[in-house]
Design a protein around this ligand. Structure first.
Ligand code: ADP
Ligand code: MG
Length: 244
């Protein structure tokens, strides 16, 4: 049995709006093990993004414990939380979240800059990642000069820059056409084949069927957590060649 990368123990989250509070998560518990690729599903408003933000240490649970690689994240101060987030977690968002004034290379460098790497190390590492997603030749471009699919590939390159143990993606194909979405999924599959643990939010059954395990939320609670019998379709082979 492989070890748990992360463990959620009765995670609850309340959003307070004026005098009312809304419990977006009402007690969610599960483990994710090293090397797993998991789809997180559920209707709109079921708490998927809220949970992803907690797992990505972008937000705190109101109650419950979040254990990441054996450490209780809730016990750490903001500095340590930021450091762990940067070192262990890559996050890909539906809306890409690239910085518009930075070129593609500089966008991929952001987490490396934050971690304090020397400029030449950042350049080399970021260029490797751009190469990995097939965009090395466009490194000087601004985000506004490339397509949505390419933006998401840059966002994946940025998420990979620190070689994270855990890759989180919140509806990464939500703004993409089917073909481009499949290419991004192919990239996630090949990363998972290399040992990266991947958690993807999707409401597309087709995408969830490509993962061995899918977890479903409903109204802030875990509705189901199951492994798939069928193998994923073979659409991920060498989508991005990335010559060295
Ligand atoms: N910042 C916020 N303030 C208040 N309510 C929020 C906030 N973020 C999310 N919610 C509410 O929490 C619930 C879960 O939202 P979310 O986690 O975004 O769901 P999903 O990603 O599954 O669509 C929704 O009812 C949403 O309106
Ligand atoms: Mg969401």
């Amino acid at each position: 049995m492989s070890s748990a990368v992360l463990s959620l123990k009765n995670i609850k989250k309340a959003y307070v709006m004026g005098e009312t509070e809304f419990w977006a998560l009402k007690g969610v518990s599960f483990d994710i093990h090293e090397g797993e690729m998991v789809a997180l599903m559920g209707p709109s408003g079921s708490g998927k993004s809220t949970l992803m933000n907690i797992i990505g240490i972008l937000d705190n649970p109101t109650e419950g414990d979040y254990i990441l690689r054996g450490e209780n994240v809730s016990d750490l101060d903001e500095f340590d939380r930021a450091e762990i987030r940067n070192a262990y977690i890559g996050f890909v968002f539906q809306a890409f979240h690239l910085l518009p004034r930075l070129n593609l290379l500089e966008n991929v460098e952001v987490p490396l800059t934050y971690a304090g790497y020397a400029p030449w190390v950042r350049r080399e590492r970021a260029m490797d990642m751009l190469n990995r997603v097939g965009l090395a030749d466009k490194w000087r471009n601004l985000p506004s000069q490339i397509s949505g699919g390419q933006k998401q590939r840059v966002a994946v390159a940025r998420a990979l820059a620190m070689n994270p143990a855990l890759l989180l993606a919140d509806e990464p194909t939500g703004n993409l056409d089917t073909q481009t979405g499949n290419e991004i999924m192919g990239l996630f599959h090949s990363l998972n084949d290399e040992g990266v643990t991947v958690l993807i939010v999707t409401h597309e059954a087709e995408i969830a069927q490509q993962t061995k395990r899918s977890i479903r939320l409903r109204d802030g609670l875990l509705e189901s957590d199951r492994g798939h019998e069928q193998q994923r379709p073979i659409l991920h082979e060498a989508v991005f060649g990335g010559a060295p």
